[in-house]
Ligand binder design. Structure first.
Ligand code: CO
Length: 132
């Protein structure tokens, strides 16, 4: 079911500072800042030869990453995103296997459908699946 690693997401308290660190200190190519109000985050993508890093900063009052940053004040790895061919097939298989899906499929940062899977069902790691 799983395809490529699409990205690793890092929650940060200050996305401009984090983007500057990746650009200037690590010498990476970075995207512009993009607000995703429906996800409660501002994103910057770091483009690597084989995958991407998604920097996330809270946006608005109900951001899903606010609590994470309260516990990890310097920031930290928040989720990893794997590619799947068909999100509906993935949802049906995961549901049949008893895995917990967090909410309904949404359109993600790349304009494609995404879902999130409960960390307790997957080795303590929040997983995003993105249809490609
Ligand atoms: Co993501």
């Amino acid at each position: 079911m799983l395809g490529k690693l699409n990205h690793v997401a890092i929650a940060v308290p200050d996305i401009a500072s984090a983007a500057a660190t990746y650009k200037n200190t690590l010498g990476a190519a970075i995207s512009a800042e993009t607000d995703l109000p429906e996800h409660g985050v501002t994103t910057v993508f770091v483009e690597l030869p084989n995958t991407k890093i998604e920097l996330l900063q809270p946006l608005g009052n109900n951001s899903p990453i606010t609590r994470f940053l309260e516990k990890n004040s310097d920031g930290g790895i928040h989720h990893i995103c794997y590619e799947v061919d068909d999100i509906e097939v993935a949802v049906n298989k995961l549901t049949a296997d008893g895995a917990r899906i967090l909410g309904e499929p949404k359109i993600g940062a790349h304009g494609k459908p995404v879902i999130f899977l409960h960390p307790k069902d997957f080795c303590g790691t929040l997983i995003e699946l993105e249809q490609v």
